[in-house]
Design a protein around this ligand. Structure first.
Ligand code: UDX
Ligand code: UDX
Ligand code: ADP
Length: 458
């Protein structure tokens, strides 16, 4: 099928940037991104590119180039489905918070709604592409719905998982390690390969069967998260033994069989994918009775929870076992640098733990809004919420603090006047560097008690 019109359902962190880059690289294809969320679509259409709903370095330039030419954002889902020969489904698939599989399985209700809507609206044959991360065999379920509720038109289903990481989305889309396309129908696969071939070298476009493709996405995220939990496990051992986790990372990473990436010890991984995808993998394994497989992967999430909790516990213990009424500044709220996304951010967990100990929390993040931070803390009661203050200025956030916790590795934190920050803090002034971002020697010289992840402070 020759494709000249694409629709993407879901204008989020995946759908928005991915479609913007497809439109940029394929000016001959009309790309329409639709979403039920009207304010999100309005933000994508905002003349001021600073108001795009997703912050990603370089995304504004891509949108500026393609928007209005062949890239459109709309809430008219039916019209976009009807017009397109190829439909990407890029809606959210959160972990189920009710019923069977609660806390583990992926909630597919948004996917199913999309499938039913596509079936209802379509009058011509279409290719439907899964872009969201989904449990293995979801393509089959989508196909069943389409075939049984449609108007007799033919649907081909492809799995095309997205591997972009937030904060580097545009770079990852421009220059992917690989593009993975799973499917049964050769023509449908070729239609999608032809789109990517506009800018991705042929040898980087892999085609597999649908289930390998679906499982590869879960496996890639599980392996990446596993590396973080593995190094975090070693970081705790380093703190006890006098080894330094950065030195260990470097030493093992030089072994090409291990590789140097994704070995940074931290306050714990966050983001919308890692935990969700692993829990999903665990659930699938359990559902096939593979308990050893399930337990093996579940440990990655258990270790991550432990890392977050021990970070906040260490703050309490170091501040003489009480932080009640003390001001603690959190630098960074996003789950990693260069994104405004806060889903599953370690900062949320740390803040909740510190507030449970009645600390006063000041938060500064260069890209996350006060509204978002308050939404992330929705589980707190009214009195607890009063303990949170969000600052627009990092120096104000640190003023009169007992301790600073660095929770996101924003580059700008390294450019601050740390002497000035120190002068305005209560003494002894503590820094808990959850990202090993700052210069230990410099901080210690200024007078801070500097506590890193994965090295002893003896
Ligand atoms: C290992 C380390 O590689 C080496 O750096 C260290 O000094 C000693 O321990 P060795 O045990 O000699 O070396 O062999 P290695 O190639 O690591 O294989 C170990 C086992 O893992 C073998 O049984 C091998 O068959 C198995 N293996 C390895 C797999 O099953 N799959 C793989 O992908 C790799
Ligand atoms: C991840 C995958 O990398 C990407 O391929 C997939 O498409 C979506 O999930 P993302 O969650 O956006 O991407 O960011 P990533 O860079 O993987 O970081 C995830 C979390 O792990 C962050 O909280 C990050 O700070 C943490 N991390 C990462 C570490 O703590 N140490 C590391 O060495 C690497
Ligand atoms: P991701 O990180 O996977 O992109 P997001 O939550 O950022 O996830 O984006 C998913 C988007 O999908 C949201 O903006 C949501 O409003 C949208 N969405 C969910 N269900 C539907 C639907 N049935 N039709 C249109 N948009 C939908």
């Amino acid at each position: 099928m020759k494709i000249n019109s694409i629709c993407c359902i879901g204008a989020g962190y995946v759908g928005g940037p991915t479609m913007a880059v497809i439109a940029q690289k394929c000016p001959h294809i009309k790309v329409t991104v639709v979403d039920l969320n009207e304010s999100r679509i309005a933000d994508w259409n905002d003349a001021n590119l600073e108001n795009l709903p997703v912050y990603e370095p370089g995304l504004d330039a891509v949108v500026a180039e393609a928007r209005g030419r062949n890239l459109f954002f709309s809430t008219d889902v039916d019209k976009a489905i009807d017009e397109a020969q190829m439909i990407f489904i890029s809606v959210n698939t959160p972990t189920k918070n009710y019923g069977a599989g609660k806390g583990m399985a992926a909630d597919l209700k948004y996917i199913e709604l999309c499938a039913r809507q596509i079936a209802r609206v379509s009058k011509q044959d279409k290719i439907v592409v899964e872009k969201s991360t989904l449990p293995v065999r979801t393509a089959e379920a989508i196909k069943n719905i389409l075939d049984h509720t449609g108007n007799g038109v033919q649907f081909q289903i492809l799995s095309n998982p997205e591997f972009l990481a937030e904060g580097t989305a545009v770079q990852d889309l421009h220059n992917p390690d690989r593009v993975l396309i799973g499917g049964e129908d050769k023509d449908a696969i070729k239609s999608l390969v032809d789109i990517y071939a506009n800018w991705v070298p042929a040898e980087k476009i892999l085609t597999t069967n649908v289930w390998s493709s679906e499982l590869s996405k879960l496996t890639a995220n599980a392996f990446l998260a596993q590396r973080v939990s593995s190094i975090n496990a070693i970081s705790e051992l380093c703190e006890k033994t006098g080894a330094d986790v950065s030195e260990v990372s470097k030493a093992i990473g030089m072994d090409v069989r291990i590789g140097s990436k994704f070995l940074k010890a931290s306050v714990g991984f966050g983001g919308s994918c890692f935990q969700k995808d692993i829990l999903n993998l665990v659930y699938i394994a359990k559902s096939y009775g593979l308990h050893e497989v399930a337990d093996y992967w579940e440990q990655v999430v258990i270790m991550n929870d432990h890392q977050k909790n021990r970070f906040s516990r260490n703050i309490v213990q170091t501040l003489y076992n009480t932080i009640s009424g003390k001001k603690i500044t959190l630098l960074g709220w996003a789950f990693k640098k260069d994104t405004n996304d806060t889903r599953e951010s370690a900062a949320i967990n740390i803040a909740q733990n510190l507030i449970a100990e009645q600390a006063k929390i000041a938060v500064y993040d260069p890209k996350v809004s006060e509204k978002q931070i308050k939404e992330d803390l929705i589980s707190l009661d009214e009195n607890q919420l009063k303990l949170i203050q969000v600052n627009q200025d990092p120096y104000e956030a640190c003023h009169n603090s007992h301790a600073i916790a660095v929770l996101t590795e924003w580059d700008e934190f390294n450019t601050y006047d740390w002497q000035k920050i120190y002068n305005n803090m209560l003494k002894p002034a503590f820094i808990f560097d959850g990202r090993n971002l700052l210069d230990k020697k410099q901080m210690t010289k200024i007078g801070f008690t500097y506590i890193a992840v994965g090295s002893s402070n003896l």
